[in-house]
Ligand binder design. Structure first.
Ligand code: FAD
Ligand code: DLZ
Ligand code: SF4
Length: 515
């Protein structure tokens, strides 16, 4: 290749033809750089399906760019001279092409942002780092919203975003007269034989080649890639979105908090991997959901709930990530330090809720929100697992896990390790919650109705022991008032039963014995 005008670096989660680094690109004179690098695949040991998803989607995207007339320098993982890192690959490309400048869309991870910031002085070439316009809320807008507020409550950010995007709005008021229909979205679910089938995308030659590469190079990583069936192109991801809106959105709200052992997906969209890679546009997806409401094919509680997750939670956690990183990653208000038990990687535990959630995770590189929050996350917080190690685990195992979205969900929402910056109370719950919202407890070795003792559901004693251990930090929390009042009303003997059961359980965990 000859000298190029602009070298456009496109990361594996920037796979949109509207990505800002391509703005003003000239296929005749510019060159696109994309690279599969071992550093990204191994800084945590990503699930095999996640690596296949990213590499296959990258290869398909590179082909689409070539069809649009671009020169693409695509470095494969097994290319002989592959240096193994983004910086190494930019260095090789810059040596070969002598670009006048480099254009890149800001990465979604603080670690990579640091590396990008060093490129201009390192390579003595202007580096144009552009905002990621796929997000609806820019860094400036989030800062303007957050500055001067005493608390950064998601609900108020969400209302701001509803007004800004005009989604589900009638003038200045929310459609239906309420901003939030969450109270209608808490029903348990029953097995539904008539739930429509999920789309399973066929493996083409490119995907098959990537599967072989990943199975051989990353054989020790979680899961298998052999039955990989995610979409890897924008058009297939769009088909998945259309099917979700038609078949699953109508019931999305009602069963949003439910869990079933024989249904890993319920009415969830499973669109997060595509949104996060750039294969789907979040605003267009919300417009499609809004249309379904106005056309009468999906109810308001479902559509509002879905849109809230995307323009509310998704944008909010990104804003919080960039506002509080890098120190946010190490927050640990409860000083929790227990290592993750081995069953996080094997799924082998007698606790049916955990074994089902972990098995779903190992098989699919996916678990839905309530499994992540109220089963794995809840257990980790109650058992005092190290939040940073837990963050690395979540980043490793889910196909949709990129740090800007994963880290605040783990450190803030699920572990309350930030002391309440992101949520107003910890999402801690005893077995009663899991029993109410799922069918996991039927057939579990533990008895959810028993309070203490070796056959009792471990979540019961762990819950009270957690509240007891952290009473100094939590007992003044208004939203935990009732729980602490119940704890205080118990006899000292009952409180000691809980403490002792929790202590025996945690000791077994520490000794690596089965639980
Ligand atoms: P649906 O239930 O269909 O929701 C629709 C969309 O809303 C999702 O695709 C997602 O883009 C968005 N969304 C929903 N909840 C959230 C949220 N809390 N934060 C941000 N976006 C949200 N989401 C990720 O995309 N990547 C992660 O790494 C990730 N890690 C998580 C870790 C923990 C501990 C928890 C509690 C949540 C995490 N989430 C993460 C949020 C949420 O669980 C997933 O977005 C959701 O399960 C993805 O499945 P879905 O597409 O079927 O979601
Ligand atoms: C997660 C990931 C993996 C496993 N591999 C690559 C890769 O080889 N090349 C690439 O461009 N991106 C990869 N990614 C996603 C990056 O970690 C992500 O692009 C950065 O966090 C920058 O946003
Ligand atoms: Fe989970 Fe307890 Fe129910 Fe067993 S009894 S599935 S451990 S909540």
């Amino acid at each position: 290749m000859n000298r190029c005008r602009r070298l456009i670096f496109i990361f594996g989660d920037h796979l949109s033809h509207r990505i800002s680094s391509l703005n003003g690109a000239d296929p005749q004179r510019d060159v696109v750089l994309m690279c599969e690098v071992v550093e990204e695949a191994t800084y945590v040991r990503h699930h095999k399906k996640k690596i296949v998803l990213i590499f296959s989607a990258m290869r398909h995207f590179a082909d689409e760019l070539r069809i649009r007339g671009f020169s693409v320098r695509y470095v494969r993982l097994d290319d002989a001279d592959n240096s193994g890192s983004f910086t190494g690959e930019l260095s090789r490309a810059a040596d070969m092409l002598s670009p006048d400048c480099v254009a890149v869309t800001e990465p979604g991870e603080w670690r990579v942002r640091q590396a990008v910031s060093s490129w201009q002085s390192m390579f003595r070439v202007p580096v144009d780092v552009r905002p990621d316009a796929r997000f609806l809320c820019s860094h400036e807008e989030f800062t303007a919203w957050a500055d001067g507020r005493r608390t950064l409550t998601m609900e108020f950010f969400y209302r701001h975003m509803r007004r800004r995007t005009n989604l589900l709005m009638q003038g200045d008021d929310p459609v239906g007269g309420r901003w939030n229909f969450d109270s209608e979205n808490r029903a348990p679910a029953k097995s539904d034989l008539f739930r429509p089938a999920r789309l399973q995308f066929k493996q083409d030659t490119i995907t098959r080649e990537v599967i072989d590469l990943v199975e051989s190079r990353f054989s020790g990583h979680m899961g298998t890639a052999e039955d990989f069936n995610f979409a890897v192109t924008c058009s297939d991801a769009q088909e998945a979105a259309d099917v979700f809106i038609r078949d699953f959105l109508p019931l999305f709200g009602k069963t949003q908090d439910a869990m079933l052992k024989d249904d890993a997906l319920l009415n969830h969209s499973v669109l997060s991997p595509y949104l996060n890679l750039g294969l789907l546009d979040p605003f267009e997806l919300c417009k499609a959901a809004e249309r379904a409401y106005f056309e009468g094919s999906a109810p308001l509680n479902a559509v509002e709930g879905f849109i809230r997750q995307i323009i509310g939670w998704r944008e909010y956690v990104r804003g919080m990530y960039w506002r509080f990183m890098p120190e946010y990653a190490h927050r640990n208000v409860f000083k929790a330090s227990r290592p993750l038990p081995d069953f996080f990687w094997t799924g082998k535990t007698d606790m049916a809720c955990l074994s089902t959630t972990l098995k779903d995770t190992i098989d699919n590189a996916y678990a839905h929100h309530i499994q992540r929050l109220m089963v794995t996350g809840n257990f980790a917080m109650l058992a005092g697992l190290d939040p940073f190690a837990l963050h690395e685990w979540y980043l490793e195992v889910y196909a949709d896990a990129f740090e800007w979205v994963e880290l605040p969900n783990v450190i803030g929402m699920s572990q309350f390790a930030d002391g309440g910056l992101l949520g107003s109370k910890p999402y801690c719950a005893s077995g009663a919650y899991i029993s109410r919202m799922s069918d996991y407890c039927e057939g579990c070795k533990y008895d959810v109705r028993k309070k203490a003792g070796t056959s009792a559901c471990p979540f019961n004693s762990l819950f009270w022991d957690f509240l007891d251990r952290h009473a100094e930090q939590l007992s003044t929390n208004r939203r935990l008032h009732q729980s602490y009042a119940t704890w205080r009303r118990m006899t000292e003997d009952r409180r000691n039963d809980y403490r002792q059961s929790a202590s025996i359980f945690l000791q077994r965990l520490d000794e690596g014995l089965g639980v």
